[in-house]
Design a protein around this ligand. Structure first.
Ligand SMILES: *Cc1c(COP(=O)(O)O)cnc(C)c1O
Length: 383
C-alpha cells in the first residue's frame, strides 16, 4: 500500500481512539465523505450556475443550485454563496466586497477569542490592508455591550464583526445591530463556530439583525471543509446590489474555480442539518458542554462558560500548552488558549479550550462528559 494510505489509516485510528475535544472539529457522515471523494473534483466550473466560463457544466449547475437552495432554506436567507474555499477566504471576500483599502474594520481581539481574519494587526491580510480597531472582553470573558457602543462611536468603523473562536456565551445580535446602526457600519456575523447551534435552534439566529453572515461548514455544521456567505433581507434592503457585490468578490475577486466536490458535500450536509435528529444533536452538544463545565467547576477549576458548545479553562499562568500536552498523553485532545485578560501573553497562554461537538457526534452524553471532566480535572491538578 502507498505510504500515504497507511498514514491516513493511522490518522483515522487516532481520531477514533482518542477523545476529541477541540471545539472546531467534528466527524462527517459517510455520505458527506462520498461526495467529497467523488469525480466532481475533476471538473472546472469558474463562474456561477448558468454563467460558466467552461462547457460541460449542466449537471454541475444543478448541483450548485441544489446546495444553494438547501442552504438558503436552512439559514432562512434570500442569497447564499457556497463557493468560498474556507472561512478565511470567505472573510477576505466580504472585506473586498464592503471595504476599500485603508477603511476602518472592527473585530474582537485575537487574545479575547476573535479570529485572525477580523483585522488582527500587521501579520494578516485584514490587518495589513485595512485600518483595524479591536475590542476586548471583560474579566469573565463577556462582551460589555455598553463599552463596545462607546468604542464604536469613537472609532466609527465601516464594518463590524460579531463572531469568535473561543466565546462561550450567547451573542446578543440586537445589541450589535444598535451599535452598528449608531455609526452606519456594516454588521457581519461570523458564525463559523455556532452555525450548527443556530440551525439546531439552541442559539439565537443572527439573520434578522445582520447584513451579511459567513460560516465555515466543517465545524458544528458537520459538513466538508469550506465556507458560505449569506446575504440577509436586511442587507439587500440596505444595498440592492449587495448579493452581486459578494458574489463578485468571491469570484473573480478572490478565487478561481469552485471545488464542486466540496459544494456537493455541503448540499449533503445541509440536508442532514435540517433533520429533526440534528436538532436533538445540537441540544445534546449544549447539554454535554454544560455538564463538563459543571464537573470542572465542582473540582474547583476556573471555567469561563458555558452557554454553547465550548468553554475556556484556566490551568495556571502560562501553562496552557503544557497542560494540553499532558492531556494528549492521556488520550484527550484539546488546544491551548488564552484566557480573558491573560497575563502570560498570547505565546504562553494560560488556558485550554474544550468543546463538545465532535464527541457528541460519536454518541457521548452527560455520563461520558462527566467522566472525562473528572479525568481532565485530575490532570490539571497534577493527580
Ligand atoms: C474557523 C474560523 C474561521 C476560519 O476558517 P478556516 O476554514 O480555518 O479558514 C473564521 N472565523 C471564525 C470565527 C472561525 O472560528
Amino acid at each position: 500500500m502507498d505510504k500515504i494510505f497507511e498514514l491516513i489509516e493511522a490518522e483515522t485510528k487516532r481520531q477514533h481512539e482518542q477523545v476529541q475535544l477541540i471545539p472546531s472539529e467534528n466527524f462527517i457522515s459517510e455520505e458527506v465523505k462520498m461526495a467529497l471523494a467523488s469525480d466532481l473534483s475533476n471538473k472546472y466550473a469558474e463562474g456561477y450556475p448558468g454563467k460558466r466560463y467552461y462547457q460541460g457544466n449542466k449537471i454541475i449547475d444543478e448541483i450548485e443550485n441544489l446546495a444553494i437552495d438547501r442552504g438558503k432554506k436552512l439559514f432562512g436567507v434570500p442569497h447564499l454563496n457556497v463557493q468560498p474555499y474556507s472561512g478565511s477566504p470567505a472573510n477576505s471576500a466580504i472585506q473586498m466586497a464592503l471595504l476599500n483599502p485603508g477603511d476602518k474594520i472592527c473585530g474582537m481581539k485575537l487574545s479575547a477569542g476573535g479570529h485572525l481574519t477580523h483585522g488582527h494587526p500587521k501579520i494578516t491580510f485584514s490587518g495589513k490592508f485595512f485600518n483595524s480597531v479591536q475590542y476586548d472582553v471583560d474579566a469573565e470573558g463577556k462582551i460589555n455591550y455598553e463599552e463596545l457602543a462607546e468604542f464604536v462611536k469613537n472609532e466609527k468603523p465601516k464594518l463590524i464583526y460579531a463572531g469568535t473562536t473561543a466565546y462561550p456565551w450567547i451573542f446578543k445580535w440586537d445589541e450589535f445591530r444598535k451599535i452598528a446602526d449608531s455609526v452606519g457600519a456594516w454588521l457581519v456575523a461570523d458564525i463559523s463556530h455556532i452555525a450548527g447551534l443556530i440551525v439546531g435552534g439552541v442559539h439565537p439566529d443572527p439573520a434578522p439583525f445582520v447584513d451579511v453572515f459567513m460560516s465555515t461548514t466543517h465545524k458544528t455544521l458537520r459538513g466538508p471543509r469550506g465556507a458560505i456567505i449569506g446575504v440577509t433581507e436586511r442587507g439587500i434592503e440596505r444595498d440592492e446590489k449587495l448579493a452581486t457585490k459578494i458574489d463578485n468578490a468571491v469570484f473573480p475577486g478572490m478565487q478561481g474555480g469552485p471545488h464542486m466536490n466540496t459544494i456537493a458535500a455541503m448540499a449533503v450536509a445541509f440536508e442532514e442539518d435540517g433533520k429533526a435528529e440534528f436538532k436533538i444533536y445540537a441540544e445534546q452538544i449544549v447539554k454535554n458542554a454544560k455538564v463538563l463545565a459543571e464537573t470542572l467547576k465542582n473540582q474547583k477549576i476556573k471555567v469561563f462558560g458555558t452557554e454553547n458548545h465550548l468553554m475556556v479553562v484556566a490551568v495556571g499562568e502560562g501553562r496552557g500548552k503544557e497542560m494540553a500536552e499532558k492531556l494528549e498523553e492521556n488520550g484527550i485532545i484539546v488546544n491551548a488558549n488564552t484566557i480573558p485578560h491573560d497575563t502570560a501573553g498570547p505565546l504562553k497562554p494560560s488556558g485550554i479550550r474544550i468543546g463538545s461537538p465532535a464527541m457528541t457526534t460519536r454518541g457521548w452524553k452527560e455520563k461520558e462528559f462527566t467522566k472525562v471532566g473528572i479525568r481532565i480535572a485530575a490532570c490539571c491538578q497534577g493527580r
